[in-house]
Design a protein around this ligand. Sequence first.
Ligand code: NDP
Length: 328
Amino acid sequence: KLARHMSTMKAVVVERIGGPEVLEYKDHPKPQVSSGKILVKNHAIGVNFIDTYHRSGVYPLPTPFVPGREGSGEVVEVGEGVSDFKVGDRVAYVDAESYAEYTAVNSLAAGKIPDNVSYDDATALLLQGLTAWTMVRDGYPVKKGDYVLVHAAAGGVGLLLCQMANLLGATVIGTVSTEEKAALAKENGAHHTINYSHEDTVARVNEITNGQGCHAVLDGVGASTWETSLQSVRRLGTLISFGNASGVVPPIQISCLSDKSIKLMRPKLFSYLATREDKEKWFNELFQLQAEHKLKLRVHKTYKLEDAQSAHVDIQSRKTTGKLLIEL
Ligand code: NDP
């Protein structure tokens, strides 16, 4: 039982790993602000696939924990040693326990939201936008004339990848599971779509690229697409495996890369944000793109914090497109 004097808040707590039903909405101690941290009163919380990996144990965390790795709100307290934020600042952040009324955030993982950007838009953009932008700028620097294959092209990261790769001059091929998703991927910058629930991805990629394959394959689907991804990369091309929506990619023989001298990358966004300089560079570039109206944001649905279970059921159902948000 929580001590009476302890300040509490509403949060979603995972006490044992499992399905969406283990997300419990309850009273929880309000976090303390330690050195280097800021306390944020959340207004919008991002739902990301990683939250389902934490909940189900694919990425193990000690229990109990508050899930969620993205949010935005106002700074209500500033810890010792933090000079870049003050009470009242509007911030968006990644990498903290966000399914709660309040989150203590490492100041390194937060950035100020430009005045003309809403909490919802900042949260719809931040984690998935940074994931996509670091991938097309650093993982494989996309250039004019490239062919880029984006799996789950109508998903949260997928729609942003299509827009960004298109912006950088690539011919974008997106895979999707339904015709509605194909139309949406096209509206967001995909030049070609492949419905991988019934079309042969490799054959279609070869048809589109004159048998050469793609300069880069960006794969957040994981287990079910690994083989077709490998076959869709061209000689000297790059395969970025950045997620496991369909399950974790089984162990591979490194020699599977040698026939075409493929570069393989397995990124984790948070390693791009490990220093203040890196964080500022990537946050600024992303918000700049938005300020220049170069990105369209699509929010699939907005949930209440007490409905986090439905958000998890939905994101795992393959029926969502774009971003799922929790609003407070
Ligand atoms: P999405 O909105 O893309 O949802 C996942 C999509 O994957 C579904 O909509 C579905 O699209 C597709 N999919 C294919 N097979 C399955 C399956 N068996 N079960 C569920 N979905 C499936 O989610 P996000 O944008 O949040 O994340 C996309 C991927 O990016 C995830 O793997 C996530 O972990 C990864 N990611 C990685 C990061 C990193 O740092 N490495 C950071 C952020 C995200 P369709 O029906 O069209 O196939």
